[in-house]
Design a protein around this ligand. Sequence first.
Ligand code: IPM
Ligand code: SF4
Length: 468
Amino acid sequence: MTVRTDIAAAGLTLYDKLWHAHVVVDAPDGQTLLYIDRHLLHEVSTPQSFEMLREDGLRVHRPETQLAVADHSVPTHDRGGPIADPLAAAQIDLLERNCGAFGIEYLDLAGPGQGIVHVIGPEQGFTLPGITLVCGDSHTSTHGAFGALAFGVGASECGIVMATQALWQAKARRMRVTFDGVLGAGVSAKDMALAFIGRVGASGATGFAVEFAGPAVRALSMEGRMTLCNLVIEAGSRTGLVAPDDTTFAFLRGRARVPIGDDWDRAQAYWQTLASDPDAIFDAEITIDAASIAPQVTYGTSPGQVIDISGVVPAARDATTDKALRYMDLAGGAAILGLPIDHAFIGSCTNGRIEDLRAAAAVLSGRRVAPGVRALVVPGSMAVKRQAEAEGLDRLFLASGFEWREPGCSLCVAMNDDRLPPGARCASSSNRNFEGRQGPGARTHLMSPAMVAGAAVSGRIVDVRTLA
Ligand SMILES: CC(C)[C@H](C(=O)O)[C@@H](O)C(=O)O
Ligand code: SF4
């Protein structure tokens, strides 16, 4: 028998509770077979997973626990007819056919449910507190915002989950990041996340499951919490968590796949137990004063290379940072404030939700995109797009000179028609600023949607708090 000293010694963290509720068996080598409740699929990471099932003559064990959507390679304009890019068309068609063959629900490209996998999961009520959820995608941590144990997996693990509903995993260490105080005006969850990544570095949370706590986290909407959890992978962690509360329940209640009636009451009673015990012990604790967080902007080619809007680019200290600064065409000591940009992108699974579009629109109201800047808004999902259109945000974006597109990953990843030219400099609400991420030779500065809107109308990186 294995005696769990972590249980014996102290209270449990939220991560411990979710973990223990899903243990099938512990192996002597420290690995645990974990039951996986749900699996989201997209077109890029699953072709090989389905191939694996075919080769081994396996079927999908519980098809009703799987949900698929195409997002990475989809075009975000001219969606009326067939997809022009033959590779994208083949990839999307393959996902649809694989889902058909294995009995998995596929949210059609033309239908009302389509969108980026991490946006549609919660929208559909597929993401719920207390579940384990995986997807062949590193930003699966997003779903932890609901108090779900969610993490990204590889293509072969997607196949294993489809066939067995379980995965061998090693338990992570536990980190709590407490945001005390109140965020300032013009500062958002994106700034909290980037400030955290800047503090610990791009691999500072590797091996940890990160629980976000404190009054500034409790004050966030579900959209904000998803932004926060989405970005933990950029600090090296596969799992972000926020304990579910009334904000969570209000977001979920009434959604398509969410329990109703007595089932809802029972589920909610359980979900309310999903909080770290007061005497729980974390392996690492970080406290950040939310009031001290300024709008954040990345200057390099890793999300950890981030500074306050008033900051200066740090001098290169090794070959890697030197390479990053060369790629970004920036010198140590340069101010980030006032840096000219020629592209602006609002979208992605980090910041493509309705609240993000509203925040950007509030900045754009009565303003126009600066000459020489190409600006794009790509809603995270059809539901976000419809909601934005109902609020008249599309007209506001168009009137200010933004392009208004169909949902998809778009310029977050440039695996589709949307791509920046070499040398472009983009203010972007996405989550990765890697070399070539938005197109070969293109330069990405990550920031909040409001900051992107501010940069778009100014033609340079500005402090959105000074745009009255
Ligand atoms: C293509 C996909 C597997 C990839 C990921 O794992 O995250 C992408 O979504 C990304 O953001 O880089
Ligand atoms: S929007 Fe970007 S980060 Fe999110 S899943 Fe798509 S490519 Fe990955």
